[in-house]
Each structure stands twice: as structure tokens, then as C-alpha cells.
Design a protein around this ligand. Structure first.
Ligand SMILES: Cc1cc2nc3c(=O)[nH]c(=O)nc-3n(C[C@H](O)[C@H](O)[C@H](O)COP(=O)(O)OP(=O)(O)OC[C@H]3O[C@@H](n4cnc5c(N)ncnc54)[C@H](O)[C@@H]3O)c2cc1C
Length: 544
């Protein structure tokens, strides 16, 4: 018998080491600069602490809670309805960490300017590692200004902004902290909520109603309360529907089933039926859409931040892999064509973050400055449209940088990829955002003025090309209406111009490259099509 070579095949060569633990704050130059450029420097230490926790403990917890999806328990063993969703224990650990660090409440419990920007940075860090829990965190954050309108709901607002996570099913009086959800979408219409058929029948007492109807999408159904739209005698109305009644009894709604979703697995999204559920009115009857709009604007900000976060995490993974993997005699990051792909991704990710944080600053300043309020009103729709639209293609490109490893769960990229389309669908899909931009320009001309003022410095410095500025001037300043069928073309150009202007204003070293690549001729549809002569080395050095 010939002697066989030693039987040892399992050598691991040329694979990138583990990505985590990572300090997501100190590794992210763009985030640190954006926090400073948008007036939240005072909160830097708090954000830094969360960046460390998120890239280490929370990232480690996130895998199992994503794989082991929430389960609906409609009945107990005796047949009583309980309508409860059970989560993997890591879900509660991650929620506790997030609420404890202010991801849901910081902007409402700290009166210093910049608190909204700081909370946005926390939300951006959180979304990078566990986007599923971002849904209840975002809705809780966004519900606060609506709850604060109604004096009878003060306790709800106070408990929504604490740093205590309390998952117990108890009446609000017995809770140490509270989370909120929202119910607008019904089977027959989500974008067009005027088509809602759920009925709110006034009970004897002032402001109290009984709800009968259904909601087709109802996420985070274990929340303590829900802002719901329903038809009252005076028209579509916003109401708070608690999970538990003041005496501890279960409120009259049933969870019918959980959605079997493409992604977002750690978060439960349900279908629900209201069978006479008790609710309290917020605002006047017939003013439901206007009342809930403030919540919707804040959730749209978080969609932007979430998509920017997905880009950042996907880019960081791609950079990590390409720094360690060799092919054809060189590290991937030294291959010229791969450098172009990574640099192009890095520019897109920075532009997404820059615009998101600029909008957060406008929301922060809005109560003190009507021009910022007008800017926030319209820039939220513009940013939500464009940044969320870019995320799925971006994540796919980053996945490709990892080759086959990027298609395998352990790499995180499949989870990011499944999550990526969601932000463009919920909270108003793409067309709805674009139509909202046209509506704002037509009905609130101060929004056009605010946008034009914002773009001016970059236009004057020729960062925004003259032809682009001229095209945008007509609808923004001269109020020339944009046809509906041209709305996407218009909003895309507006979004790119806003990203350029924010990169300029904040002194971002990529500003010139962004303008030449994204606003002037030359950039093609795929990533990795930056023109020759661009300083890739400094772009890649910033990307981490
Ligand atoms: C995972 C998940 C969780 C969700 N959680 C919640 C929740 O907790 N609470 C809640 O209330 N909702 C929730 N939603 C619902 C979500 O907000 C809606 O799906 C979304 O608003 C779109 O509504 P729709 O599904 O009825 O689609 P439609 O309104 O039917 O829209 C379909 C398409 O038509 C387009 N469109 C609509 N009108 C026009 C027009 N006039 N011109 C051009 N195009 C148009 C839209 O942009 C969209 O692309 C969730 C959705 C998902 C996927």
C-alpha cells in the first residue's frame, strides 16, 4: 500500500477575521463629524458609549433573536384568549439596552439643543445591529409629541420617554416605562388612509370611544398603547388604544396572525381586529390625519436614518472583508476596480448620513425656528424617498464585495439585505413621498423657500451645477408646478442637490467628488463607476 499524505484538509486560509466586537462610534468618522456639524457635540460621550455596546454585546445578541422569530400565542392552555406575542429573550435584552441609552426617549427628556440629533445618532447606531427592534423604538419616540397634546395622556408621554424598559402587561398606572405602536393601514388602503373603515363610537364619557374594525398591518403588537386612526361621527380621528384597561383587564382586540415577512424577523407585525376596544381621542374628531402627522414625520426620519445605517454596516462589512481577502496576488482592497466600488459605496453612505442628520437638526430647531420647521417638513419626504430607495441596491453591492460569504447568514449581509426594502415601503412608499413633496410646495410655499435657501451656498460655490440649480429654481422659487408623472425625476435631483449642499456646508472632504460624480455627467447607474482621477485612497481611509 502506498503511504497516504497526512489527512489534514481543514486549513483556514485567506478568510477575514471576525468583524465584531467593533466600536461603531470611534470607527465612524462620518458619524462623529455629523454629530458635531449638527450641534450635538455635547452628547458625544453618550453616543460613544452606545456605539461600543451596539457593536459588541448587542450585535452578538442580535443573531438568535432574528433567527428565532416571535410567536403568536392567541390562547392560553385553557382556551382563554391572551393575544400575546412571545419573543426570544435577547429581544428584551436589546430593548432594555436601547431604551436605557435613550434611543427612544433622549430627544424628549433632555432640553438642550441638539438632543434630536443625538437621538438620531443613537438610532443610527442601533439600526446597524438590530433593525427589528428599531420599529417599536421609533414608534415610541415618534408618538410622544402626539401624546403630549392631550393632557389626559400625560402619564403615557412621561412613561414613553423614561430609560426603563418594562415589558410587563399592566395598566399604564402600574408601568415603569411604556412603548407605543400605531395602527393606520387597513386591508383596503394603506397609503390612502381616508379609506379607513374602523369605527369609533363615542361612549358616554368625554373623549372615550369604542373601536370596531381591523388593521391589516399592526407592528410591535405587544406595545402598551397604539395610536389608531378610526372613523368617528365627525370624521377620521386619532385615538390612543391601550393594551390593558385601567383595572388590568385585557382591552377588546384580537391578534389574528403574524405576518410572514421577507425580513425584519425579530420584530412582530400582526393583523388585528378591534371588537369594541376602548380608546381615548387625541385632538378633534375629523382631524386624525393632521394629528398623527407629527408622528409620521418622525418615523420617516427614522426610515432615512435606518437606511443610512444599513448602508454604513454593509459598507463596514465590505471594507473589512476586502482588507483581509486576497485574490490574484493582491488584497481585494488594492484591486483598482474594487477600490472604485468601495469608494462609490462610501460616498453614497456618507451622503445618506449627512442628509439624515441635517433633517434631524431641522427637527431639533423647528420649535424655535419656522424656517427650519419648513425645511424639516419637506426634506423629510425628500430624504425618505431617496435614501430608502438607494438602500437595497447598495446592500446588494456590498454583499457582492464579500463574494459567496456575503450570501451566507453568518456574514450579516443577508439580514441587512432582507431588511433593506422595508423602509421604502412603510411610512409612505416612494410615490407617496414624491407626491407629498409636490403637495408641500403647492400648499406651503415656505417649504420651497426653505429648500432654495438651503441650496444657495453650494449653488453659488458651483458645487451644485448651474443647470441643476436652474431646473430646481422654477418649482421652488417661481412656484412652477411639477407634473405628477415627473415627480420622481424632480425629487431625485432635489435629494442629490440637498446631499451635495450638506456635504459642502459641513466641510466634508468628499463634497467635490460627490458633486462631480452625482450631479454632473459621468456617473453611471451601477456602483463602481466613479470617473478616473478621483482620490480613492482618502475616501477609503475615511470609510474605515
Ligand atoms: C413589515 C411591515 C410592517 C408594517 N407595520 C405597520 C404598522 O405598524 N402600522 C401601520 O399602520 N402600517 C404598517 N405597515 C403598512 C405600511 O405602512 C403600508 O403597507 C404602506 O403605507 C403602503 O400601503 P399599502 O400596503 O396599502 O399599499 P397601497 O396604498 O395600495 O400602495 C401600493 C403602491 O401604490 C403606490 N401609490 C398609492 N397611491 C398612489 C398614487 N396616488 N399615485 C402613485 N402611486 C400610488 C404606493 O406608493 C405603493 O407603491 C407595515 C408594512 C409592512 C410591510
Amino acid at each position: 500500500m502506498p503511504e497516504l499524505p497526512p489527512f489534514e484538509t481543514h486549513r483556514v486560509d485567506n478568510q477575514a477575521p471576525n468583524f465584531a466586537p467593533r466600536d461603531l462610534w470611534s470607527d465612524d468618522i462620518a458619524l462623529r463629524e455629523a454629530v458635531q456639524a449638527n450641534g450635538a457635540e455635547a452628547f458625544a460621550d453618550d453616543i460613544a458609549r452606545y456605539g461600543q455596546v451596539a457593536g459588541d454585546t448587542l450585535l452578538a445578541l442580535s443573531f438568535d433573536m432574528h433567527r428565532d422569530r416571535p410567536r403568536l400565542r392567541s390562547h392560553d392552555r385553557l382556551g382563554n384568549r391572551i393575544d400575546r406575542v412571545e419573543f426570544h429573550p435577547n429581544y428584551h435584552a436589546v430593548m432594555q439596552a436601547a431604551i436605557g441609552h435613550g434611543v427612544a426617549g433622549l430627544s424628549w427628556c433632555d432640553a438642550r439643543p441638539g438632543a434630536h440629533v443625538a437621538r438620531a445618532a443613537l438610532s443610527y447606531l442601533h439600526y446597524q445591529v438590530e433593525p427589528g427592534t428599531s420599529c417599536p423604538l421609533t414608534m415610541t419616540h415618534a408618538a410622544v409629541p402626539v401624546l403630549r397634546r392631550e393632557p389626559a395622556l400625560r402619564e403615557w408621554a412621561e412613561k414613553a420617554i423614561t430609560t426603563r424598559y418594562d415589558p410587563r402587561e399592566l395598566p399604564i398606572a402600574d408601568k415603569t416605562g411604556a412603548t407605543l405602536g400605531m395602527g393606520m393601514t387597513e386591508k383596503q388602503g394603506g397609503s390612502d388612509v381616508r379609506a379607513n373603515t374602523t369605527e369609533a363610537t363615542p361612549l358616554g364619557a368625554d373623549g372615550e370611544y369604542a373601536l370596531v374594525g381591523h388593521k391589516w398591518f399592526f407592528s410591535a403588537p405587544m406595545s402598551d398603547g397604539f395610536l389608531v386612526l378610526a372613523q368617528a361621527p365627525g370624521g377620521l380621528t386619532c385615538l390612543l388604544m391601550p393594551r390593558r384597561m385601567p383595572d388590568g383587564a385585557k382591552n377588546a382586540f384580537r391578534l389574528l396572525r403574524l405576518k410572514d415577512k421577507l425580513g425584519d424577523w425579530s420584530n412582530a407585525s400582526s393583523e388585528v381586529e378591534f371588537t369594541g376596544a376602548w380608546a381615548r381621542r387625541i385632538g378633534d374628531e375629523g382631524r386624525g390625519i393632521a394629528t398623527i402627522l407629527e408622528m409620521v414625520m418622525l418615523t420617516r426620519l427614522d426610515c432615512m436614518l435606518g437606511s443610512a445605517a444599513l448602508m454604513r454596516m454593509a459598507l463596514a462589512q465590505a471594507m473589512h472583508h476586502c482588507r483581509h481577502r486576497r485574490a490574484f496576488g493582491k488584497r481585494l482592497i488594492d484591486q483598482p476596480l474594487m477600490r472604485n466600488v468601495l469608494a462609490d459605496l462610501a460616498i453614497e453612505a456618507e451622503a445618506a448620513l449627512a442628509l439624515s442628520m441635517r433633517v434631524a437638526r431641522a427637527i431639533d430647531a423647528a420649535p424655535r425656528d419656522p424656517r427650519e420647521a419648513a425645511f424639516a417638513r419637506i426634506a423629510t419626504a425628500i430624504g425618505k424617498y431617496w435614501i430608502c430607495k438607494r438602500a437595497p441596491g447598495f446592500v446588494n453591492e456590498a454583499q457582492e464585495c464579500l463574494g459567496g460569504n456575503g450570501y451566507v447568514e453568518e456574514s450579516l449581509l443577508p439580514r441587512l439585505f432582507r431588511q433593506a426594502p422595508l423602509n421604502s415601503i412603510w411610512e409612505g412608499s416612494g410615490n407617496i413621498q414624491c407626491l407629498d413633496v409636490l403637495r408641500a410646495l403647492a400648499k406651503e410655499p415656505e417649504t420651497g423657500t426653505a429648500l432654495w435657501n438651503e441650496l444657495q451656498p453650494a449653488a453659488t460655490a458651483s458645487g451644485i451645477p448651474a443647470a441643476t440649480a436652474a431646473r430646481l429654481r422654477a418649482p421652488l422659487v417661481e412656484r412652477v408646478p411639477v407634473e405628477e408623472n415627473g415627480a420622481r425625476r424632480f425629487v431625485e435631483e432635489l435629494a442629490l442637490a440637498l446631499q451635495a449642499s450638506e456635504l459642502f456646508r459641513s466641510g466634508n472632504p468628499m463634497a467635490d467628488t460627490f458633486c462631480s460624480s452625482h450631479l454632473q455627467e459621468g456617473h453611471r447607474l451601477a456602483f463602481g463607476t466613479l470617473a478616473e482621477g478621483i482620490d480613492m485612497a482618502s475616501i477609503l481611509a475615511r470609510a474605515g
